[in-house]
Design a protein around this ligand. Structure first.
Ligand code: GBH
Length: 578
């Protein structure tokens, strides 16, 4: 049924890019396009099936031997034994030595949620199963040579599309209470617009029901970077305001279906990041006339409109839903106490977190330094749009992995803001991981594949205060992703060496202690989600950069807890208010 889904595409002289392979893009073979000179156009209607989209834009995909839903087997108690204290002297309970250092003045409030997170394209696999249409990431992984450093794809990933029951059973056995996952838009609507795929809706019904069965709170993200390919090719995806209505309709379908079972929602994951994917590699997707440097800001504009429209739909169905955007970035530490560095820090907030957070939490509009730039090419939001946007986020959800030291460009800030060809234009601030002594880093590094990430947990309390004080979220602050890539983990070849992950373990313990400090100082932190439920496709870094608190053997699809999983959950065993 779903695989025969067709969608009548009406194009009037527009250009639909068809890339048959990485080197020879051609246009207009699938649909008519304007080929005459002098601006003449013709209108035609073609039928395009989901299969056509795959065949023409992606090509063959890999599958795995387990390709029907698997019932969970009981989690062997032998796999739930925490690592011995020999390796982990601070490990507190059970057969371990008692924790020496429990701070009796710290606690996580009773209703704190603590869980793990993943995202559809990174974990599901089964990319063509049950009617899924392709997304931009199927093209990026299959057709764009070296877009993923290892040229790996999400075709199989962690096979979560079939093994989700086991995955949920495992995290329940571990003892967390929340699972955050994203829905693949092009499963629900294979074209991103038009026909709705009931098989996909039924699939996520069961994911949600399985969470509830295991007493796990499900949290759903509507969009984690996997734009339906058809929308990217029809009008440029997030670059065009047409996406606002399409996203809103998709959100309506999903909210309608699950609002009585799912309380916590995130519309989009990290808009700074996915808007920063623009400009996409040339010749694989629809061309755009928007200058490269401006594209991410058109995207951001449409994100704010799409998110806020979706928010109002969700709230109108059920006003008690918690609906938010997942932000990202890091605490911004001024490198010196100079006034230039202070301005650089504010510019860094304005071009990152505040780009979305000021509109959503404060004003309905962009922060000052960003707005100065956007006003040179974007139509400002109207009064109605500002009113639509303002106030549409219930919690301040931040994927706060690390921090950065911020400084003015060597040339000074003015020389940058006045010169569009300055390498740091338009944000005109600079970052480093080194303190001003130019010798010591903020903290221990993650894997060399993630140069952006060092353990900077010392700065977490200040960061949490900043989020609360600046954006004053009515539903509190949540760390909706945090984690670290254990250095060189992919080079380890034996299971006993893989499952001991000391840098990640220390990261989680120190980070959660930092949250406990902030809680004791009055910051309303409401939950944390460890990234990630298990190792997965780390986007353009491939499978070689590992963030999991579980290891996945990608040959057999077996899962194994790492030490960090126990360290993470243990912090709640010790500090959660009874
Ligand atoms: C999260 O983003 C994502 O939500 C998740 O899907 C991902 O797996 C996880 O992080 C781990 O990376 O290479 O210098 O250009 C975190 C924010 C923003 C961090 C983009 C990496 C690229 C920096 N990410 N950033 S750089």
């Amino acid at each position: 049924m779903a695989r025969n889904m067709v969608f009548a595409l009406l194009l009037a002289g527009s250009q639909f890019v068809v890339s048959q392979n990485a080197t020879a893009p051609s246009t207009g073979t699938a649909v008519a396009s304007s080929t005459t000179t002098g601006g003449a156009t013709f209108t035609t209607s073609v039928e395009l099936s989901v299969e056509d989209l795959w065949d023409q834009y992606v090509g063959p995909v890999s599958t795995f031997s387990i390709n029907t839903t698997v019932e969970p087997t009981p989690i062997p108690s032998s796999s739930l034994i925490p690592p011995p204290s020999l390796y982990y002297s601070p490990f507190p309970t059970g057969q371990q030595v008692p924790l020496q250092t429990k701070n009796e003045s710290w606690k996580f409030p009773k209703d704190f949620w603590y869980g793990v997170a993943g995202a559809a394209y990174q974990i599901e696999g089964a990319v063509k199963a049950e009617g899924r249409g392709p997304s931009t990431w199927d093209v990026l992984t299959h057709r764009v040579a070296n877009y993923v450093v290892t040229n790996e794809t999400g075709d199989v990933a962690d096979n979560n599309y079939y093994q989700y029951k086991e995955d949920i059973a495992r995290i329940a056995a571990l003892g967390v209470n929340t699972y955050s996952f994203s829905i693949s838009w092009s499963r629900i609507q294979p074209f991103g617009t038009g026909p709705v795929n009931e098989q996909a809706l039924a699939h996520y019904d069961d994911v949600i029901d399985t969470c509830l069965e295991y007493n796990i709170i499900p949290m759903v993200t509507l969009y984690h970077w996997d734009t339906p390919l058809f929308l990217q090719n029809s009008y440029g995806g997030w670059l065009d305001s047409k996406i606002v209505d399409d996203f809103t309709e998709y959100a309506r379908i999903v909210f309608n279906r699950y609002h009585s079972k799912v309380q916590y929602w995130f519309t989009v994951n990290e808009p700074i990041v996915f808007c920063g994917f623009y400009p996409l590699p040339k010749n694989y997707f629809k061309k755009t006339d928007i200058p490269d440097i401006q594209q991410k800001y058109y995207c951001g504009h449409n994100v704010l409109l799409a998110h806020s429209a979706a928010y109002h739909i969700g709230k109108s169905l059920n006003s008690s839903l918690s609906i938010s955007v997942k932000h990202n970035g890091g605490y911004k530490i001024p490198r010196t106490n100079s006034s230039e560095d202070a301005i650089a820090v504010q510019r860094a907030w304005d071009f990152n977190e505040a780009w979305f957070s000021d509109p959503l939490f404060l004003t309905g509009d962009y922060p000052k330094y960003l707005k100065e730039y956007l006003d040179t090419f974007l139509d400002p939001f109207t009064d109605e749009q500002r009113a639509q946007i303002n106030g549409t986020s219930d919690i301040y959800a931040h994927d706060a992995y690390t921090s950065d030291i911020i400084m003015a460009p060597d040339s000074g800030i003015d020389a940058c803001t006045k010169n569009e060809s300055h390498p740091l234009f338009p944000s005109c601030y600079n970052t480093t991981k080194l303190y001003a002594n130019d010798y010591w880093a903020l903290g221990p590094a993650g894997d060399p594949g993630t140069p952006w990430l060092v353990k900077a947990t010392d700065w977490v309390p200040a960061f949490l205060h900043y989020m609360q004080d600046t954006w004053k979220p009515r539903g509190g602050v949540a760390i909706t992703e945090f984690g670290i890539s254990e250095p060189f983990e992919a080079l380890k070849t034996s299971l006993p060496t893989i499952v001991i992950d000391p840098i990640r373990s220390k990261y989680y313990v120190d980070y959660l202690e930092a949250i406990l400090m902030a809680l004791s100082e009055g910051v309303d932190v409401v939950g944390t989600l460890a990234w990630s439920i298990y190792d997965n496709l780390e986007w353009s870094s491939g499978y070689g950069v590992k963030f999991g608190i579980q290891y996945v053997n990608l040959t057999t699809q077996e899962r194994f807890f790492k030490a960090s999983a126990f360290e993470y959950v243990n912090m709640f065993n010790v500090y959660l208010e009874k």
